[in-house]
Design a protein around this ligand. Structure first.
Ligand code: FES
Length: 188
């Protein structure tokens, strides 16, 4: 029989031949699909953050040695972050400000954690053009509002790191953070 001999008869070309071509097409598409998946998987796994990046995405800081009135600078996601232990006088100064007069109205309570309002944690990046303000380092000028002062164009921040004077449009940004204990803060 012609079919048994593997020769395409007109009937076979119109029937089984079509099915064969369909099969070949499906097989080709499936192979392409599998190839696609095997190509996409390494791409996706490459796009997933590496362990290094994940480690960098948060930072833990021991704050036990930071005295009232002191601040430290740390690096968080490749940018400076300021951790400041406010004195009672600095807290008072921040609280007595009428927030409705502020360019970026926020209370100290909104910028700190309940029960830890002496800990002011902000990015050390001026919201004007991104310079690092002074005021966190030992002996650095804090500006006329006693918080931080940006020497690039003269923005002055208060003791809650809120913008009070100069071209910066916003308060120093408060990053996401949490207290993992009374003496350790996890930023990020
Ligand atoms: S970058 Fe800080 S005032 Fe311009």
């Amino acid at each position: 029989m012609a079919q048994d001999a593997g020769i395409d008869t007109p009937a076979a070309a119109g029937g089984e031949g079509v099915r064969r071509r369909d099969f070949i097409n499906i097989a080709a598409v499936s192979a392409a699909g599998i190839g696609g998946v095997s190509l996409v998987y390494p791409l996706i796994s490459q796009m997933a953050p590496s362990a290094d990046v994940l480690a960098e995405s948060s930072t833990e800081v021991d704050i036990s040695a930071i005295q009232p009135g002191q601040a430290v600078k740390r690096i968080f996601r490749k940018q400076p972050v300021f951790i400041r232990n406010l004195t009672p006088a600095e807290i008072e100064e921040a609280k007595k400000v009428d927030v409705t007069t502020l360019r970026d109205p926020e209370t100290l309570e909104q910028r700190t954690k309940e029960g830890h309002e002496n800990w002011l944690i902000t990015m050390g990046v001026c919201t004007h053009l991104g310079c690092v303000p002074l005021g966190a380092g030992e002996g650095e000028v804090k500006g006329e509002f006693h918080g931080y002062f940006c020497p690039c164009h003269g923005s002055a921040y208060d003791t809650a790191a809120r913008i009070r004077k100069g071209p910066a449009p916003k308060n120093l940004q408060v990053p996401p953070y949490e207290f993992t204990s009374d003496t350790v803060v996890k930023i990020g």
